[in-house]
Design a protein around this ligand. Structure first.
Ligand SMILES: Cc1ncc(C[n+]2csc(CCOP(=O)(O)OP(=O)(O)O)c2C)c(N)n1
Ligand SMILES: [Mg+2]
Length: 318
């Protein structure tokens, strides 16, 4: 697949923005500036970037508890995201939701989600709505290896298959569900094998290779848009940090961790870009990204706390 300079540099900028956002979140959390829980996407940047690079603004995504990368890659505003992590009134959820509840409907971001596997039926619903209304929008459902053990996963795949929904299931297999290694929580090696049970295409790709992810996603999106139904893409990757900030991740094998750190998706891609003479553009992107994240932090730190009188607005009671 021939990729334009604009596309390649766009991938780089997105991956660098996610990396910078998450790296700063590590520091800010350690410095007690972020009041809530954060689950970071460090090391997995190529997945969200490659997948969302194959989407239009009109397309939808559902995200997870580890959602910052998905949101940024789909165009989410980093200042509003950061302010939400700070619990400030200017954040996406006015400081009431935190990292796991960020959504931006206009950008097709149907929400991060603290409930593992909850995005799968939501994505099936969004894809059904698009099919019913005869738009040609597609939906991507991001979820983890752990979430592929949930009933919601199996129900959503079956529904999407029988109704030929324009839906792309993207399993980010980072080899862990909290402290449970994939080997211990399922008896298949490739989550993509599960697609066969529902009669849909399943493929496994190197989740640390942004171009490989983009190519697989582009094929699946094409198929979905033309009415041929859903696909399952498994992206093999690695969670660099603990499950959440504060989890030292002592259950991980240090040798395995080292091997994966060497497969960092960003320097790998950067090397390719330098080979095709984009060193200057890369340097400019690095500065741009650093400035953008620094501005998002400043905006957040200078923003007001939520007003206690507003505690019951935007809150739903059953
Ligand atoms: C329904 C439900 N069960 C359990 C949990 C607790 N929990 C939070 S994250 C997680 C593991 C998720 O693993 P995976 O889907 O692989 O995502 P990853 O954290 O690796 O990105 C679990 C069990 C939850 N939030 N929701
Ligand atoms: Mg996982």
């Amino acid at each position: 697949m021939e990729l334009t300079k604009e596309k390649l540099l766009g991938f780089y900028e997105t991956m660098m923005t996610i990396r910078a956002f998450e790296s700063k979140a590590v520091e800010l959390f350690a410095d007690n500036q972020l009041p809530g829980f954060v689950h970071l996407y460090l090391g997995e940047e190529a997945v969200a970037t490659g997948v969302c690079g194959s989407l239009d603004v009109k397309d939808y995504i559902t995200s997870t508890h580890r959602g910052h990368g998905h949101l940024i890659a789909k165009g989410g505003k980093v200042d509003l995201m950061m302010a939400e992590l700070f619990g400030k009134a200017t954040g996406y959820c006015k400081g009431k939701g935190g990292s796991m509840h960020i959504a931006d409907i206009e950008l097709g971001i149907l929400g991060a989600n603290g409930i593992v596997g909850a995005g799968q039926p939501i994505a099936a619903g969004a894809a059904f709505a698009c099919k019913y209304k005869q738009t040609d929008a597609v939906t991507v459902c991001f979820f983890g290896d752990g979430a592929s053990n949930r009933g919601t996963f199996h129900e959503a795949l079956n529904m999407a298959s029988i109704w030929k929904l324009p839906l792309i299931f993207v399993c980010e297999n980072n080899m862990y569900g909290i402290s449970n290694c994939q080997r211990d929580h399922m008896r298949v090696t490739d989550v993509s094998d599960r697609a066969a049970a529902y009669g849909i295409p399943g493929m496994t790709v190197d989740g640390n290779d942004v171009v490989a992810v983009y190519e697989a996603a582009t094929e699946a999106v094409k198929r979905a848009r033309k009415g041929d139904g859903p696909s399952l893409i498994e992206c093999k990757t690695w969670r660099w940090r603990g499950h959440f900030e504060g989890d030292p991740g002592a259950y991980k094998d240090p040798a395995e961790q080292d091997a994966w750190l060497k497969k960092d998706p960003i320097p790998r891609f950067e090397k390719k870009l330098i080979e095709i003479n984009y060193a200057q553009e890369i340097a400019a992107i690095k500065t741009k990204v650093e400035d953008k994240i620094a501005a998002a932090i400043k905006f957040s730190q200078e923003s007001p706390d939520p007003n206690p009188e507003d505690v019951l607005t935007d809150v739903y009671a059953g």
